[in-house]
Design a protein around this ligand. Structure first.
Ligand code: FES
Ligand SMILES: [Fe+2]
Length: 419
């Protein structure tokens, strides 16, 4: 049992029944929150930024997540590094969340000053025997995958993150996200536990009733739906659709666009899932816009005018849509047991000009509306879960398979951590 392990939490984890949502205290309790922070956001690799958040060697980007705060900085050598956002003098928080410029990081308290490589370069009145070289900023592990920035605070981060890198590196590479620019970003504080945010994201059972904008191009039947339960008439339509989807996937693969689903969660440390989906009925749409047409005239990276659908990618706390003309990257970071910060970044080719090559309102409309609708659903779910009337309910095996997988993975990881 780890030093964080809590016997009550262990009983709660073991009480989870397969095929059902989690016991209430795992969505509401302080013990579960502490364990989640330690296991899923400090030890696990956590997506904290896109490379465009720190585009040059004179800036920093601070991100708070779970109990942690990390400062990202790009050195003169171009390398991106991550450090705990904590002064090595008496532990003051160095910088507030968000972007800042400057080639030095100066603690506001007693003005110890660090370089962007983390070295302590000024510490007044500490005496001639003070060894500044022992008091540089504490680094965190950092990896970039296709322009996405992950950190781990663990001494030994999960090694099977290499599987994610191997799968997603080639899938993300053509989109050139490391060279893209942020066209728009949004932050929503959802009134719900981070797992409810993720459960909501991993099913489209709710889509038809809640997401009119997303529904223009997003096909719920491709998202974990099992056609076996359908009536014969609906089944025939679904079969036709699935046959087209299978042909599309084969064509993408043959054209050098890896597309087949990969599910890497139950039985693994690192949680990720990816699949390329077609957009719009018959696969005719090209982008998550109201009319299905590209929102940006300049394609991302090296995609050119290829029909590449929507490359989906999830981790345990983030989701991503990569289309030919833009990408939408969303990361969910717990704030407290019942609050989650959801940051979404819209990326376009750095050469694209706002108002000329893309209209920002058009670019962001679908996912702005969808995020807002989802935030309301998550708050509603949390509001019910925290009342005495809640008991874990059944996931649909036809539409909520990904939730059951997620909950199973979550419980397994807590058990593996000694709870
Ligand atoms: S706590 Fe940072 S300089 Fe004193
Ligand atoms: Fe949704």
């Amino acid at each position: 049992m780890t030093k964080h392990a809590d016997p009550n939490l262990g009983a709660l984890v073991r009480a989870r029944r397969a095929g059902r949502s989690l016991p209430a205290a795992l969505y509401t309790g302080a013990e579960a929150f502490e364990a989640d922070c330690a296991t899923f956001f400090e030890r696990q690799w956590t997506l904290v930024a896109v490379e465009a958040d720190v585009p040059s060697a004179d800036g920093t980007f601070v991100v708070d997540f779970a109990r942690a705060s990390v400062v990202l900085a790009r050195g003169d050598d171009g390398a991106l590094r991550g450090f705990h956002n904590v002064c090595r003098h008496r532990g003051a928080r160095l910088r507030d969340a968000g972007k800042a410029t400057g080639r030095r990081i100066t603690c506001p308290y007693h003005h110890w000053t660090y370089g962007l490589d983390g070295a302590l370069i000024r510490a007044p009145h500490m005496g001639t025997d003070f060894d500044a070289s022992c008091h540089g900023l504490r680094p965190v592990h950092l990896r970039t995958v296709g322009g996405l920035v992950f950190v781990s605070l663990a001494d030994g981060p999960p090694a099977d993150f290499a599987d994610l890198e191997a799968a997603m590196g080639p899938r993300l590479a053509p989109y050139g996200l490391a060279r893209a620019k942020i066209a728009h970003e949004s932050v929503i504080v959802e009134e719900g536990n981070w797992k409810l945010t993720m459960e909501n994201n991993r099913e489209c059972y709710h889509c038809a009733g809640s997401h009119p904008e997303l529904g223009k191009t997003f096909l719920p039947q491709d998202f974990g739906y099992d056609p076996d339960e359908l009536s014969p008439a609906k089944r025939a339509v679904a079969d036709g659709h699935l046959a087209l989807f299978a042909r599309k996937t084969r064509a993408w693969e043959e054209a050098g666009w890896p597309s087949a689903p990969i599910e890497h969660l139950v039985g693994h440390d690192t949680n990720f899932r990816t699949e390329r989906l077609m957009m719009g009925e018959g696969g005719v749409a090209r982008s998550a816009t109201m009319d299905g047409k590209p929102a940006c005239r300049v394609p991302l990276g090296d995609v050119g005018d290829a029909d590449v659908g929507d490359l989906h990618f999830w981790t345990h706390h983030s989701w991503h849509h990569l289309m030919a003309d833009h990408a939408v990257v969303t990361m969910a970071h717990p704030i407290s047991p019942e609050r989650t910060r959801v940051r979404t970044v819209w990326l376009v080719n750095a050469k694209a000009r706002e108002g000329v090559d893309y209209d920002r309102e058009n670019l962001v409309r679908v996912w702005t509306a969808t995020n807002s609708q989802d935030a309301a659903l998550v708050a509603r779910a949390q509001a019910g879960v925290r009342t005495p009337g809640y008991s874990p309910g059944p996931y649909s095996r036809f539409t909520e398979r990904h939730l059951d997988d997620f909950a199973t993975w979550y419980v397994d990881r807590l058990l593996a951590a000694g709870h």
